[in-house]
Design a protein around this ligand. Structure first.
Ligand SMILES: *[C@@H]1O[C@H](CO)[C@@H](O)[C@H](O)[C@H]1NC(C)=O
Ligand SMILES: *[C@@H]1O[C@H](CO)[C@@H](O)[C@H](O)[C@H]1NC(C)=O
Ligand SMILES: *[C@@H]1O[C@H](CO)[C@@H](O)[C@H](O)[C@H]1NC(C)=O
Ligand SMILES: *[C@@H]1O[C@H](CO)[C@@H](O)[C@H](O)[C@H]1NC(C)=O
Ligand SMILES: *[C@@H]1O[C@H](CO)[C@@H](O)[C@H](O)[C@H]1NC(C)=O
Ligand SMILES: *[C@@H]1O[C@H](CO)[C@@H](O)[C@H](O)[C@H]1NC(C)=O
Ligand SMILES: *[C@@H]1O[C@H](CO)[C@@H](O)[C@H](O)[C@H]1NC(C)=O
Ligand SMILES: *[C@@H]1O[C@H](CO)[C@@H](O)[C@H](O)[C@H]1NC(C)=O
Ligand SMILES: *[C@@H]1O[C@H](CO)[C@@H](O)[C@H](O)[C@H]1NC(C)=O
Ligand SMILES: *[C@@H]1O[C@H](CO)[C@@H](O)[C@H](O)[C@H]1NC(C)=O
Ligand SMILES: *[C@@H]1O[C@H](CO)[C@@H](O)[C@H](O)[C@H]1NC(C)=O
Ligand SMILES: *[C@@H]1O[C@H](CO)[C@@H](O)[C@H](O)[C@H]1NC(C)=O
Length: 812
């Protein structure tokens, strides 16, 4: 459904306003946007408003004024909360959903309000214009967060801010009319999409009302009160004016002096919160360091009801290992004097990861609401959707070991390779502990015919071979493997490979996202037989992925099929129904089909091929399952999903089950539609595409997802409402926000399943017996996996989503 209001396109002034409301996928527990939002949009020049002017024309304001602070309602069931008031932690949408949209814009606020828990607070960093109006922008330099630097570079100037000379564009030099009409918001974080830049005008604090639910709370942060006083603008009187006309539930500021001026003069329903800067920085209003301020919490409690601290005040991070250190006592101490503790710095896309969290933002939120101990009172997050998910759906989730053969399958990729060096005992242990239903061995061959488990035929990936100078001369190019030169296992004997140590491979290294190096060089390379002997004694299934098998059999004279069969026989798994064989070569699968009863998986390697019914039939003739690369299922352009593909449906129509590979938690691996949240991708693949399994570097994240307490039809009752994980509609952002993003041209080549391969014939190997170097690690850092026993509750269902957005397209 698309509603489009458009003003006279000939008008030079004003905005084109597209109002787009969207898709209700299902009915249960929809989190509905107020109808009023859609009606209240005005076309034309935006006139700056003082709060009281807006109030009179806005019935919703009146209603909100009567109710003032909405009490946060306790969760109806489930775990209790050790917050100051016993309610679940408040979610504070930092400028709305600013992780996806430019902060403090219609898009950011509406997305936040419609995808977060109901009592989520929308925040505005208020600044004052030359003529005394409030605008919502983060950062004193508007050059960072608006189009002003691009369109009015001559307006740049220099001013002293808290004692420091800054070059930039300052609200105190601009009129409100100019800010609202001549410039618009841009994404201020370089790691995030610029696709929405210039679409949304700058907002005023009162605008938050029309982009909110009637249960939303409002949080105003005043970062620079002294600066504005110095320029003749009285922030205290501005806040008075705002509070007397709009319900403001929280006012935070890093300046003690400013909070004290408000203390005596604002209603009790407005909570004052001290934003605590770095310990050695001084509060400009008192010249006292935040470190000293924090040393007397009772004093803070005389003028504030809470403190807003960086998350590392609560859980410090060892900046050498990037593991968490011991928890501080700040929450406990603050609660003793009735001070609430809110944390800031919560994002799904951190520049520097904290390895305890396995690149999964949900784990980070849960770290602050542990099973025992004090809980944080609120999360100031750029990704309030994920914070809501964590609070409503994941606290109390208790994942269990999954049984092989239960759909959806959680198949590890190189073991738990997101957390440990791939294909090591550590990685396989991590996968089993994390709840994988299958662990995988990607089979490679040594020059002397031994089958080993390795991430790649190239030992430069995932081993320390490059540090062995005597092996560097083995560097060569084998195009059947890869386009780059490598040091390949087929050019090394087992005796040589045994001297190597496994190291962490970071697939997103080009984006500077580095996986945990803590377990490098602890374990050696495993033979397939080692892997099978390990797997046999677990309850999980076994996936043997034969890579480049046809090439090895026909051109390098390596009997990989024989080696695999011999190892399976030797391990007593010859007729086990826990074993699945995967290959990208039809000839390899045909050979297995002739001589075994294993479940067979055809792996599609190419990410740019056309698949029709005919190709599906070809696959069906060969295998029980197909593994599709993620890019064939989720077609993206410029980082956005362009449409829902029907490839999974095509396979399902012929009863071929579909696995998707490879899932990764790192946000740089995710299309923007998923809000940098790996849980939303899992949810979409399993609920919207109905895939039968995922092959993932982070099996624990998938297992955790499957155990979330919102998976049941009824969703989770929390804070007096029903909350479900938001279902992403692939292509919705692009089409409904009319982004100028073209889908990639359709693939020309069709999937060629048999690929001209001749039939192979079987030769059986004697089983290899040499034992692998299975030495236990010496001193291991604490395990990033903390889940012990897990019990699975699986119920995949569509829950409703509402995406709604408003585009203000600015005429140049
Ligand atoms: C404006 O943009 C230019 C080019 O990106 C940059 O070098 C300059 O520092 C910016 N100026 C301000 C005041 O932000
Ligand atoms: C910006 O505003 C300050 C204070 O109002 C003033 O001193 C300064 O001259 C202004 N700069 C420009 C370029 O207008
Ligand atoms: C701001 O935009 C209006 C309308 O487009 C225009 O008349 C005005 O000159 C602009 N102001 C500046 C300073 O460029
Ligand atoms: C909020 O809006 C919903 C419908 O959108 C309505 O049912 C409810 O009564 C409203 N609550 C208040 C406090 O106005
Ligand atoms: C700012 O306004 C408040 C309230 O209106 C007033 O009490 C205070 O004296 C003013 N501050 C300055 C520096 O003018
Ligand atoms: C803080 O220190 C600066 C410079 O040392 C001084 O100018 C200012 O008056 C002091 N402010 C307060 C509130 O003491
Ligand atoms: C802490 O602040 C309280 C209230 O302002 C004061 O009574 C007390 O003396 C202070 N304690 C210390 C150790 O400074
Ligand atoms: C790590 O922390 C120490 C002490 O806090 C500091 O001296 C050092 O500069 C930090 N290193 C990095 C890389 O941030
Ligand atoms: C590696 O093995 C391949 C296939 O047997 C062979 O063609 C190539 O020459 C070998 N390269 C090296 C460096 O030994
Ligand atoms: C495969 O299954 C058939 C029928 O159940 C059985 O007769 C045969 O022995 C099995 N083959 C192997 C290799 O297990
Ligand atoms: C999206 O894909 C469906 C088939 O899956 C197709 O019917 C529809 O036209 C596509 N929409 C767009 C906008 O390309
Ligand atoms: C899934 O949800 C449906 C509908 O609420 C319910 O009937 C069914 O028992 C649920 N299944 C599981 C496994 O929880």
């Amino acid at each position: 459904m698309l509603l489009l209001f458009r003003m006279d396109a000939n008008l030079r002034r004003g905005y084109l306003i597209f109002v787009l409301t969207l898709t209700y996928l299902a009915t249960a527990s929809s989190i509905s946007l107020p109808e009023a939002i859609l009606q209240r949009l005005k076309v034309g020049e935006r006139i700056p408003r003082r709060p009281q002017l807006q109030i009179q024309e806005d019935a919703a304001f009146q209603r909100r004024m009567r109710s003032s602070l909405h009490p946060r309602i306790m969760a109806e069931s489930g775990p209790t909360w050790n917050t100051l008031d016993g309610s679940p932690p408040l979610i504070i949408a930092h400028g709305g959903a600013s992780g996806l949209f430019p902060d403090q814009t219609a898009g950011a606020y509406i997305y936040a309000a419609s995808t977060s828990l109901q009592n989520t607070a929308l925040s505005c960093d208020v600044q004052l214009t030359k003529d005394g109006y409030g605008i919502c922008r983060t950062g004193i330099n508007l050059g960072d967060s608006t189009t002003i630097n691009a369109t009015y570079p001559q307006l740049a100037t220099e001013l002293i801010v808290n004692g420091e000379l800054i070059q930039g564009f300052f609200s105190v030099n601009l009129t409100a009319s100019f800010v609202l009409n001549n410039i618009s918001a841009v994404q201020s974080n370089a790691a995030r999409t610029i696709a929405f830049d210039g679409m949304f005008p700058v907002t005023q604090p009162t605008d938050m009302i029309k982009f909110s639910l009637n249960t939303s709370l409002f949080w105003i942060n005043v970062e620079y009160p002294s600066f504005f006083y110095q320029h003749g603008l009285n922030m205290t009187s501005y806040i008075h004016e705002l509070i007397s006309n709009m319900p403001i539930d929280f006012v935070s500021s890093p300046e003690v002096g400013f909070l004290k001026t408000l203390k005596s003069s604002v209603p009790k329903t407005t909570n004052l919160v001290l934003k605590v800067g770095e310990t050695d920085k001084v509060d400009p209003s008192t010249n006292i360091t935040y470190g000293s301020l924090l040393s007397n919490l009772s004093d803070i409690a005389t003028y504030a009801s809470g403190i807003l601290v960086h998350k590392e005040y609560i859980w410090p991070v060892d900046n050498a290992t990037l593991y968490l250190e011991a928890e501080s006592t700040i929450i406990r101490e603050a609660h003793k004097v009735q001070l609430a503790v809110y944390g800031y710095g919560f994002v799904n896309d951190p520049m520097i990861p904290i390895y305890n969290y396995s690149f999964d933002p949900i784990r980070e939120y849960l770290q602050f609401v542990p099973a025992s101990g004090s809980h944080i009172d609120g999360f100031l997050s750029d990704f309030p959707t994920t914070a809501s998910e964590a609070i409503a759906c994941f606290r109390g989730a208790t994942p269990a070991v999954r049984l092989a053969g239960t759909k959806p399958f959680i198949i590890s990729h190189n073991g738990d390779s997101g957390n440990y060096p791939g294909c090591t005992k550590l990685a396989y242990d991590g996968a089993v502990r994390g709840g994988a239903s299958y662990i995988d061995c990607p089979v490679q061959m040594t020059s002397d015919g031994i089958a080993i488990c390795r991430e790649s035929p190239d030992l430069l990936i995932g081993t320390d071979v490059s540090t062995h100078s005597d092996f560097l001369k083995r560097l060569s190019l084998i195009r059947q493997f890869q386009a780059e030169k490598g040091i390949f296992s087929i050019n090394m004997t087992w005796a040589e490979i045994q001297t190597l140590k496994a190291t962490m491979f970071s697939p997103e290294e080009d984006f500077n996202v580095i996986r945990n190096p803590a377990y490098n060089n602890q374990e050696g390379v495993l033979q397939l037989t080692d892997f099978l002997n390990y797997a046999k004694n677990t309850s999980v299934g076994i996936l043997i992925d034969i890579q480049n098998g046809y090439f090895l059999e026909t051109e390098v004279d390596k009997n990989v099929v024989g080696a695999v069969l011999a190892s399976l026989n030797a391990s007593g798994l010859a007729s086990s129904d826990r074993v699945m064989i995967q290959s990208e070569d039809s000839a390899i699968l045909s050979l297995f089909r002739q001589v075994t009863n294993y479940t067979l998986i055809y792996r599609v390697v190419d990410t740019d091929v056309l698949v029709t019914k005919t190709e599906v039939s070809d696959v069906k003739a060969l295998a029980n399952f197909v593994t599709l690369p993620r890019a064939l299922v989720q077609v993206a352009s410029n980082g956005f999903l362009v449409n829902k593909t029907d490839i999974v449906d095509l396979f399902h129509a012929q009863n071929v089950s579909v696995f998707v590979s490879f899932l990764r938690n790192e946000f740089v691996a995710l299309p923007y539609d998923y809000d940098s949240d790996p849980t939303l991708e899992l949810d979409t693949l399993l609920k919207v595409y109905n895939v039968d399994g995922v092959i993932t570097d982070f099996p624990a994240t998938a297992s955790y997802y499957l155990s979330n307490t919102c998976s049941n039809m009824k969703t989770q009752a929390i804070g007096g409402q029903q909350y479900g994980i938001q279902t992403v509609v692939p292509g919705a952002l692009v089409t409904q926000l009319a982004l100028n993003i073209q889908p990639p041209p359709p693939s020309q080549a069709r999937l060629n399943v048999s690929n001209g391969e001749r039939n192979l014939s079987l030769t059986l190997n004697a089983p290899s017996t040499s034992p692998g170097p299975n030495t236990a690690p010496t001193a291991s850092p604490p395990s990033p996996q903390s889940e012990a026993s897990r019990s699975l509750k699986l119920n995949i269902t569509l829950i409703s989503i509402i995406i709604a957005s408003i585009i203000f397209h600015h005429f140049k």
